[in-house]
Design a protein around this ligand. Structure first.
Ligand code: ADP
Ligand code: ADP
Length: 226
């Protein structure tokens, strides 16, 4: 568990595109913060900088009490969930869940313990020996979440994880993600351009526009204002 702090973070692409213009933000321990805003406003850039997938041009990012500016993604104690699932097609669900843990030399009995716990939580126990192509979209999305959960990270980073699903499933999955995040109590940053998704999920909404934070507040505070 950890709080995430951004202190006057800037991102300049290619020497002249100022994608993020001095953003400061605190995400409290256990909180689910949604970054919402139109395409091109800088949401993914912010998320990718927290993940360490994009360098920051100036400022500071801290996860817990560590400044992570110079840490590789794998050293940041975070797990990402993407829209394209990023599952390995030739591996079983079990192997997909185990993969990241094996790479970190997690003992085998610990891997089994974590997978069995996550599989129960996500209700994917019957599918552990299947390949991703033998799963529905919703099941695949659950496995993608499972890969993040078994890492037991300090924070989850969600990059538009539901945008490939149809409307009905998207509605179900956002309720599930909310329930899961509540029960695990893991600090989460969630990026979406979908206002409905943002409102359903967020403890705190951060409205991004033109590389800057325009508003911060609870869904009620932001959407019940005239
Ligand atoms: P969003 O996630 O809100 O759609 P992005 O963070 O992807 O926005 O993009 C923010 C701005 O930075 C946009 O103007 C985009 O064109 C620009 N941008 C994003 N990635 C790159 C890149 N690798 N090189 C140059 N410009 C980029
Ligand atoms: P590897 O193939 O890398 O040696 P393992 O020995 O961990 O992997 O597992 C072999 C097979 O057994 C894999 O296909 C995995 O899906 C399955 N498996 C291992 N442990 C479990 C378990 N506790 N529950 C379900 N399936 C398991």
């Amino acid at each position: 568990m950890a709080q995430i702090t951004l202190n006057n973070v800037r991102k300049v692409y290619g020497g002249n595109i100022e994608a993020i213009k001095g953003v400061s933000l605190q995400i409290d321990d256990g909180e689910l913060v949604v970054l919402v805003g139109p395409s091109g406003c800088g949401k993914s850039t912010l998320l990718r900088m927290i993940a360490g997938l994009e360098s920051i041009s100036s400022g500071e990012i801290a996860i817990g009490d560590r400044t992570v500016n110079d840490l590789e993604p794998a050293e940041r104690d975070i797990a990402m969930v993407f829209q394209n699932y990023a599952l390995y097609p030739h591996m079983t669900v079990y192997q997909n869940l185990a993969y990241g843990l094996k790479n970190r030399n997690t003992p085998k009995d610990e891997i089994e313990r974590r997978i069995s716990k996550a599989a129960k939580t996500l209700e994917i126990e019957p599918y552990l020996q299947r390949k991703p192509r033998q799963l529905s979209g919703g099941q695949r999305q659950r496995v993608a979440m499972g890969r993040a959960i078994v890492r037991e990270p300090a924070a989850f980073l969600f990059d538009e994880p539901l945008s490939n699903l149809d409307a009905k499933l998207r509605g179900q999955m956002r309720i599930e993600i909310k329930r899961l995040q509540r029960s695990l109590g893991t600090t989460s940053v969630y990026v979406t351009h979908d206002q409905m998704e943002a409102m359903t999920l967020a403890d705190k909404l951060v409205v991004v526009n033109g590389g800057q934070i325009e508003q911060v507040g609870s869904p009620i505070e932001l959407y019940e204002k005239p």
